[in-house]
Design a protein around this ligand. Structure first.
Ligand SMILES: Nc1ncnc2c1ncn2[C@@H]1O[C@H](COP(=O)(O)OP(=O)(O)OP(=O)(O)O)[C@@H](O)[C@H]1O
Length: 795
């Protein structure tokens, strides 16, 4: 990395780290609290923090800032950190010539740690974002106005406070952000700030800040009185400005650089070449003249210069569009991706339509599916096929319109929004822009970002897209937008209507094997400096990695494990102990450790009362265990595991059904009356809902009460009715693939889902026995092992 540079992609970065969908990179800090809505520079020196910052910058992720409880701890681990912190955008990452690393952070939102998921190479936590409370009672309103008044008075008494700050404070319309902004500027201890960060309730927060501010105001008023008396000495800043101006003149006369004049000349030349529309050019010239006249060292000069840089760096001019070569595009798509035939066909159609009508209204494609199934890489291939630059803009966690559209220049630390930033990064106005995680865009108190997105995507409006920071229109009509999403139901109606959804469901074991053989192994050989003749992994070993070391719909972890395996060969070659090697299955444990997902189902279902269900999640299908246990009691039903209302009701229905059929399963009446039944669905941190676990709940209950275990090779899904019918459910394809992935060989599905059979990939169908259920009794007959003799009804 070039010292002294600002960078977006550090060269010495480590390989990617996997995150849970709500995972956040954590940077611990000492004695500092970053509050939402403020911009704050921090210096980082710890190895983990640097790795964290670099990963965040490289992947354009947000980070979570958490303060250490004790600043003297050198390598804080999870227990040394406060649990509440602030999610921040990294505005800038600077690696200074003296080797120090600095981050400029913009606090976005409070969060609470749910759990830390890893400590190395840096801390990653699953977090819960905390929304600002939105209630505005007259009581809160009154406190808010009072606080604002106090703040403006305090700022007026502070000679060094930037004028913009007063404007910023006056412009704030919500109490929470105001309290946070004031707290950030108050000289109070970090612990006091942490306390404010942890105070979510608006009234309490405003009161605390108002009290602190009142104390400060008192001191300021006194200082001001004293200051008035000694005003003569107070014009220090003016003197400095004059001296600086003189110094610049002297430097010019000594021939040591020609100060602003040279800079302005350079900017003027750049402006002439920028190819701006007339209105924009006029604005740029106006700002340039203003800049020229500003005294050296004036604070505003820096801001105007940054603005000019933005205007001049944007790709206003349009290069000639290269015609799309459809045959070549097909080749590129095939070369980059295995399978996905339907999707490739749709992309080719899309490209063909664009070729015939380059400026016509094309639909916006949205790739929806679990992580690691190739959404991003399909986007990259489309860009390659069209001969265009590719840029990713992450919309995950964006909940403020200003993040899309930029902040007005009057704000401290204002910048253009993500769209214009993306355009600058792409360096071309006819790029392919991937709008990542469009489903994770939230709505905050500061305007609705999806309304701004609608404008970006609307061909009628996007030729004059107005970013608040730029203040001039920018033509986005030539950008090819592609969106990605994990979960479709959180995308707002109008936004969803504008897009054509293309679903990627996840890969079967055989598809993964092919992808690994044809793409991932080659890519990882390259990445680790190995030649194909030096190292390889045989098919059986690859299959083993897929089955026992990863459980995912996509291939991201698979690629990482392949990388790890090949690196172990690279080490042996580098040491000189061998010159080539093919990794076999029996070496995997030595390289990757013991299998992670072996025989989980068999282990869990070895006692009566546990059934294997199938769930649909935004990251693909997954298996889930329904556990039932019995204790002496009076017939109560206890439900735990963060179940939603529908799932609770379905458990109650299952219980009623068991009671009504107790005799036919040989369950003694008094057993039910004298027992409390507890149904638990583990993985408690993930909320679960939906009716589709009905059959599994029923089966788990019957298994518990009859003492017959559930077969460990069988998974099930289906809703139940009180009359014992099995009703159809959604997500059959994903669920069945998940069952196969977990090594199960039988699945029980609602008979009324037979029409979904053709969606299930043929190689999965061939390996699974499918049992179609009309009634719940059939589930019991097919899933429970015979009763042990003599009948034992203990839980
Ligand atoms: N069908 C495929 N053929 C070849 N490689 C694939 C295929 N599907 C995925 N990959 C590879 O898997 C890796 C992960 O894919 P990618 O980053 O595109 O996933 P994604 O769906 O965009 O995930 P996320 O939602 O997490 O961003 C990439 O290296 C990609 O090239």
């Amino acid at each position: 990395m070039n010292p002294g540079s600002e960078t977006a992609a550090p060269a010495n970065a480590e390989s990617s780290v996997a995150f849970p969908p709500d995972g956040l990179i954590i940077v611990p800090v000492r004695d500092t609290v970053l509050l939402p809505g403020t911009v704050f520079p921090i210096a980082i020196s710890r190895e983990r923090s640097i790795a964290a910052a670099q990963q965040a910058v490289r992947e354009e992720r947000q980070i979570g800032v958490l303060m250490q409880r004790d600043p003297s701890v050198a390598e804080p681990s999870a227990i040394d950190l406060h649990r509440t912190g602030t999610i921040a955008n990294v505005l800038r990452y600077v690696n200074a010539p003296d080797g120090t690393h600095h981050l400029v952070l913009q606090g976005q939102q409070r969060f609470r740690v749910v759990e830390f998921v890893r400590e190395r190479p840096f801390l990653v936590a699953r977090v819960q974002r905390i929304e600002e409370p939105e209630t505005r009672t007259p009581d809160i309103e009154a406190r808010f106005l009072h606080l604002k008044q106090q703040a403006v008075e305090a700022l007026q008494l502070l000679p060094q406070a930037p004028r913009e700050l007063i404007g910023a404070v006056q412009g704030i319309t919500a109490p929470g952000p105001l309290a946070d902004l004031i707290a950030a500027y108050l000289e109070i201890s970090a612990d006091a700030k942490q306390e404010l960060l942890e105070t979510i309730d608006l009234t309490a927060r405003i009161d605390k800040v108002a009290k602190l501010l009142a104390e400060r105001l008192e001191v300021l008023r006194l200082t001001h009185e004293i200051g008035e008396q000694t005003k003569a000495t107070f014009d220090q800043r003016q003197r400095e400005a004059v001296l600086r101006e003189q110094m610049a003149t002297i430097q010019r006369q000594l021939g040591e650089g020609d100060g602003r004049a040279g800079e302005v000349r350079e900017l003027t030349e750049k402006l002439a070449k920028a190819g701006m529309p007339a209105e924009v050019e006029e604005q740029a010239r106006r700002e340039l003249r203003r800049y020229e006249r500003m005294p050296e060292g004036a604070m505003e000069a820096g801001m105007v210069r940054t603005y000019l840089d933005w205007l001049l760096d944007l790709p206003w001019a349009l290069a000639d569009e290269k015609p799309i070569d459809i045959a070549e595009a097909r080749k590129i798509l095939d070369a980059d991706h295995f399978g996905l035939d339907k999707i490739k066909r749709r992309i080719i159609e899309y490209l063909a339509v664009r070729k015939l009508s380059p400026t016509g209204k094309a639909p916006i494609l949205c790739f929806a599916g679990p992580p690691g199934v190739g959404k991003t890489s399909l986007g990259q291939s489309i860009a390659r096929a069209m001969g265009r630059a590719f840029v990713r803009v992450s919309l995950g966690g964006v909940h403020d319109e200003a993040e899309i559209r930029g902040h007005r220049r009057t704000y401290v630390g204002a910048l253009p929004g993500t769209i214009i930033q993306g355009i600058r990064k792409a360096g071309s106005r006819d790029c392919v822009m991937m709008l990542d995680e469009i489903d994770k865009m939230g709505q905050g108190i500061q305007g609705d970002p999806s309304a701004a997105m609608l404008e970006v995507l609307d061909p009628e409006q996007n030729s004059t897209f107005r970013d608040n920071y730029l203040g001039v229109p920018f033509d986005l009509s030539r950008v090819v937008f592609i969106a990605t999403a994990n979960m479709l139901d959180t995308i707002k109606g109008p936004l969803r209507d504008r897009m054509e959804i293309i679903t990627l469901a996840g890969y079967t074991e055989n598809e993964k094997l092919e992808i690994a053989k044809r793409y991932l192994v080659k890519r990882q050989l390259d990445a680790n400096g190995l030649k194909p003749e030096q190292a390889g992994i045989d098919d059986e070993a690859l299959r083993n990695i897929i089955q026992y070391y990863t459980r995912e719909s996509g291939v991201r972890n698979l690629e990482r494990e392949i990388g790890r395996t090949l690196r172990s060969v690279a080490v042996r070659i580098a040491e000189g102990s061998i010159d080539h090697a093919t990794v076999h299955v029996d070496e995997l444990t030595a390289i990757l450790g013991s299998p992670i997902f072996e025989n989980e189902v068999a282990m869990r279902t070895s006692v009566p009362g546990v059934a294997t269900g199938l769930a649909w999640t935004p990251v693909g299908g997954d298996i889930l265990f329904i556990e039932a246990a019995r204790s002496p009691g009076r017939g109560a039903l206890i439900l735990t595991g963060q179940l939603g209302d529908v799932m609770r009701e379905s458990a109650q229905a299952a219980m009623t059904l068991v009671k009504s059929r107790a005799a036919s399963f040989g369950i003694a009446d008094d057993l039910l009356q004298k027992s409390d039944i507890h149904v638990h669905v583990p993985a408690g941190a993930t909320p679960k809902d939906g009716p589709s676990a009905g059959v599994a709940m029923f089966t788990a209950l019957v298994s518990l009460l009859t003492g017959r275990t559930v077969r460990s090779d069988t998974a099930m899904t289906g809703e139940i009715s009180l009359r014992g019918l099995v009703l159809p459910v959604g997500g059959i394809k994903e669920k069945v693939i998940a069952a196969a992935r977990a090594g199960l060989t039988r699945v029980m599905l609602p008979a009324r889902n037979k029409r979904d059979l053709e969606d299930i990939p043929i190689d999965v169908r061939n390996h699974l026995e499918i049992i179609w259920l009309e009634r719940v009794e059939e589930a019991i007959a097919a899933a429970l092992e015979p009763a042990p003799a003599p009948a034992d009804t203990a839980s």
